[in-house]
Every structure is written in C-alpha cells, then in structure tokens.
Design a binder for this molecule. Structure first.
Ligand code: ATP
Ligand code: MG
Length: 573
C-alpha cells in the first residue's frame, strides 16, 4: 500500500526534494546552535573580545535567516505539493466514480462517498506533505543530537541512552491503538455524512411525517458514536503525550543531577552542560514529530485504504474495438434476455425476453408492479449488463458499441425526473451542451415548457433549486422533456413519464409525448393503459416474462390479462 502511495509523489519529485532538503537544512541548523551556545559561553565570553563575539553572532544571524527561509519553503512549497497530490487523487477518484456502473450507486450511500471524496483526501494530503518531512526532521535531529550529545559529554549520553528503549516501547504500543481508533473514526464520520445527506434530500418526507424527532435521535446516535470513538483516539493521544513529557522531564532532571556532579568535579564545562540540556530539549522535537507523524500517517493510511477500495471497483468499460455508432435507425431486438440484479442474484427479474421493434414504431409494456418493465428498459442503455441473451440495435450488439455512442442515441424520460441545481437553461442544455439559445427555446416550446419558463423571475436563467425544488411536478417533467427534444435521439424510452401528474397535466403532456415519439423508435411503460392504446405492439410483462403480446384490438379479443387490466381500470375511470 505504501508503494502505491509513493507513486503519487512522482509528478512532484522536484518539490519533494526541495522540501526535504529544506527540512534537512533546518534540522542541521537546529543541531549546531547548542554547540554554538556552548562555544559562546565557554570560549568566546572568557576571551572578552566584542568584535570576535559580533563576528560569531553575524554567522548565527545568517544561520537563523536560512532557517527561516527553509521554514517558509517547508510551510508553503511542502503544502503546495500536498495540495497537488490531493487534487490528483480527488480527480482520479471522481473520474473513476463516473465510470462505475449504476449498480455501484444502487448499493452505496452518497454521504459516505462524499466523505471519502472530500474528508479522507484532505487528510491524506496533509500527511503526504508532513509525513516525509517529519521523518527526515525526526531522524536527522534524533541521530544528530545523539552524536552531538556524545561529543559534548559521553557520560551524560550513556545515562540518557538507557532510557531510549522505554520510549520506543511506548511509541510502538500507542501506534497500534492509534490506527484502530482512526479507522473507526473514519467510518463513523462517513456515517454522519450519510445520515445528514439522506435527511436533507428527504426533508419533505421527514417533515410531512413529523419525523424530525426520529431523525434527530438517529443523528444524535451517529454523532455520539463519533464523539465516543474520537474520545478513545484522543485519550490514546493524550496518554502518549503524557508518557513523552514524563520521559523528557525525567531525563532533564537526571541530566541536571549528573551534569552538575560532572561540572563540580571539573569533568564538564558549564557551557557544555547548557548545550547538553539544549540537546535534551531538542530531543523532544523528534519525539513530537514522530507522534505527529504516527497520528497523521495512521489517519491518512486508513483514508488511503478506502480511496483504493473505490479505485479497485471495476469500471464499466467499452469492449476492445467497440464501435462508435454515428447513426442508428432504431431497429431494436431483444433475444433471450435474462437478468438478475447483482444484489439479489437469486431472483431472476427477467428471463427469456424476446421482442423486436422496427424503426419508428412504438412498443408498450404493461403489467403488474415489480414485473421488470423498468429493468427491461434500463438494459437497453446498459445501466446494467445482461446475464444471458443479446440486445441489438440495427443488428449491432449493444455491447459492441461504445457506451457513450449508444447512450447518445437513446433518450430516457422516467417518472422521477432529475433536475440539476442550476438554471432552467442549464438543465435543458444538458441534452446538448453546445446548443444555441434558439435551439433551447425551440426545444422548450416543443415540450410546452416555454410559457412557464418565460414567466419565471429571470426566464431561462432562473435558478430552479436543487432537484428542481422550485418547480411543480409537471414543470419538472416538461423541462426533462425539453432536454430530450434538444437531444433529439433516435430511440426513446418513456418509463411512466406521466404517472406523477394529475389528469389534466397528463393529457397535456401526453400530446407532447406523442409528438416526441413520432419518427423515433419508442419503448413506453405505462400504468394508465389509455396512454398506450395506439402503440404498434403491446407486451404484458409479469414475473413470468412476456405473457401476452399484440396490438390493442387483438389483445382485447383474446380476453386475457390485458383485457382484465383494461377492465379493472375502466371500473375506476
Ligand atoms: N437496483 C435494483 N437492485 C436490486 N433489485 C432491483 C433494483 N431495481 C429493481 N429491482 C427489483 O427488480 C424487480 C423489477 O423491478 P422493476 O423496477 O423493473 O419493475 P417494474 O415492472 O418497472 O415495476 P413498476 O411498474 O412498479 O415500475 C423488482 O422486484 C425490484 O425489487
Ligand atoms: Mg418501473
């Protein structure tokens, strides 16, 4: 995993080395200053020459200046590298997410995806930058200060050395705890995100059912869980901090005791003792940095693990040498199609489905809820891949076409239209991003959306809210239809395109739909049978597959399921 992580540094090699170099220079300067202090106290001051002192101080000032500059490099350019890595990872992740099949989104909570895409990667970026830097700083200062201590006073160093193994034991022990705590924490925060996202998008249902209390309770639980997990992590951290401090302070006291003994015995100069104490102080740095590093590293690695998890989900890809279809007549054929959803492989949703639609003809699917009508339609645009059989358009297997070109020729209008946050125009343009304003207006007119859009406060530029919250159901539907008019595909799927509407609006939109399906091959799914009466062929789909087919008149004569369905509906009408 670490190797994979390293690969992300590649584009930033130069920055990385500059950053590391600056960190190295900083730690070297940190290492020589105590020596300098000792020299200052033991040699320079007794000599009593101010000019000599000033000369030395000049060098010290230069060294500090370099330290400050390197600090800037590490702070700024190091972060720039981290941000770059974060950008690359986020781009890779989002790009990959766009290639994932619909199936993936069926089975995942959007809030959780969000927290991976935003939170996780942010932490990874921090670690990507501070991690290596901390390692360099910590090791050089650790080794360096040991060497310098040894040079200053080997007796004191030996005493100190006895304590080091204790510290390592503490650090390693804590590391394991950190790691688990952070993995838990990440899961919990993703849960919070998912819960909130779910709540916000369903806020109308929440309010209509007076579900606020329940929602707050559920959210609180998630929030509490997170707080508890975080407390565990923080406790581990604080305990580690205490151990480190105790270690540092006790070593300092010991150095004081042993050091003053050595000074009194004439075995150590005062300046050397001061330098040694400064090294003990400095020694704190690698310990702190290691703690910080472990913390970040663990946080980042558990995030990175989840990042890789997403990347490892196979993309829905075109076949090798897939065909970029330019033009389709719309001759659709389903042969022996069988399908079951991945999440419920046991249940065969479609089995042995066979039908054919000639170009510009309309085929309708009716039948009981859950029979598989929507699934049938969705297979045509490869939202899901077939388990058995073959679907072809103009005798080309749909898996032999590029997914993009296939979808380019198919327009889908379904019951729950999706409106993007943005203006009316943006939403219509989604059908053909490079369309001119005139084309947009033309499409809106055809979809009978022009009038109401013109009456909006800013016309076509009016923001219509997330998911079209500021529009009526019929208006949303019309925007979705304008999108399709603009896209102008050869094949049209109308999956209960009007069932969300009241009778009057439905009649109005039905006209639009009839207009839309002219000169296109159309697959219609409808519960209200009046709307499909004139279809060229009607198929009755049940759990058993297509049980009846023919046009309205032949099916009525047959007095089978279709006949029954018509009769039950007439009772209501
Ligand atoms: N994404 C999915 N994952 C798993 N199972 C699904 C999924 N979508 C639908 N199903 C199941 O597949 C079956 C067929 O669903 P489908 O939506 O195709 O029915 P339908 O005929 O369109 O019903 P309706 O008339 O109510 O729209 C149902 O049993 C449903 O539970
Ligand atoms: Mg359906």
């Amino acid at each position: 995993m670490l190797r994979k992580f390293m690969a992300y540094y590649k584009p930033y090699k130069k920055l990385f080395f500059i950053d590391m170099f600056a960190a190295l220079v900083m730690s070297l300067i940190d290492l020589i200053t105590p020596q300098f202090t000792s020299y200052f106290i033991d040699e320079l001051i007794p000599k009593g020459s101010l000019s000599l002192i000033y000369r030395y101080l000049f060098f010290l000032a230069i060294a500090y200046l370099i330290h400050v500059i390197c600090g800037y490099v590490v702070e700024y350019w190091g972060h720039v590298m981290g941000v770059g890595i974060e950008y690359d990872m986020r781009k890779e992740m989002f790009d990959h997410m766009q290639t994932l099949p619909v199936e993936f989104y069926d089975n995942v909570q959007t809030g959780k995806l969000m927290s991976r895409l935003v939170g996780d990667l942010n932490e990874i970026s921090e670690a990507a930058h501070h991690g290596p830097e901390n390692v360099v700083l910590a090791t050089t200062v650790f080794i360096g200060s040991f060497i310098m201590m040894f040079i200053t006073s080997w007796q004191l160093t030996l005493i100190l050395l006895a304590f080091v193994p204790i510290m390592f034991v503490i650090a390693i022990n804590r590391n394991m705890k950190f790691r688990n705590a952070f993995r838990e924490m990440r899961k919990k925060i993703a849960q919070i995100n998912a819960q909130a996202e779910n709540n916000f998008s369903g806020i109308r249902v929440v309010k209509a059912f007076n579900g606020e209390e329940l929602e707050i309770e559920a959210f609180n639980e998630g929030n509490q869980n997170f707080a508890d997990t975080r407390k565990v992590a923080l406790k581990t951290m604080a305990e580690f901090g205490v151990s480190v401090k105790t270690f540092i302070y006790s070593t300092q006291i010991i150095v004081f005791i042993a050091g003053s003994y050595l000074v009194l015995n004439g075995q150590l100069e005062v300046g050397q003792l001061v330098a040694f104490l400064l090294y003990v102080q400095l020694f704190r740095q690698p310990v702190d940095r290691t703690t910080q590093f472990l913390l970040m590293f663990n946080q980042a690695m558990s995030g990175f693990e989840r990042f890789l998890e997403v990347l490892d989900i196979p993309a829905q890809q075109d076949k090798e040498g897939a065909l970029e279809v330019k033009q389709l007549n719309g001759h659709i054929r389903y042969e022996n199609v069988g399908f079951a959803y991945e999440s419920n492989k046991e249940k065969q949703v479609l089995d042995n489905i066979d039908f054919e639609v000639l170009p510009n003809k309309t085929i309708a699917f009716v039948g009981p809820s859950g029979g598989g009508k929507s699934t049938l339609c969705n297979l045509l645009v490869r939202f899901y891949e077939l388990d058995e059989g073959r679907i072809s358009i103009d005798d080309i297997d749909i898996t032999d076409m590029t997914i993009q070109s296939l979808r380019h020729h198919v327009g889908i209008v379904s019951q729950d239209v999706f409106i993007f946050a943005g203006s009316a125009k943006d939403n219509i343009l989604y059908g053909k991003p490079d369309a001119s304003d005139d084309e947009v207006i033309e499409a809106a007119k055809k979809a009978q959306a022009y009038d109401f859009i013109s009456e909006l406060p800013y016309g076509f530029d009016t923001d219509i809210g997330e998911r079209g919250a500021k529009l009526s159901g019929g208006q949303k539907q019309r925007i979705a239809l304008a999108r399709i008019f603009l896209k102008n595909p050869q094949i049209l799927i109308l999956d209960e395109a009007t069932s969300a509407l009241d009778n009057q609006t439905e009649i109005e939109i039905q006209e639009t739909l009839n207009k839309l399906s002219q000169d296109r091959t159309t697959l219609v799914v409808a519960h209200r049978l009046s709307t499909i009466r004139h279809a060229d062929e009607i198929c009755v789909v049940t759990q058993e597959g297509i049980v009846e087919r023919g046009n309205h008149d032949t099916l009525m004569e047959r007095q089978g399921l279709y006949y029954q369905l018509i009769n039950t509906q007439q009772d209501f009408l």
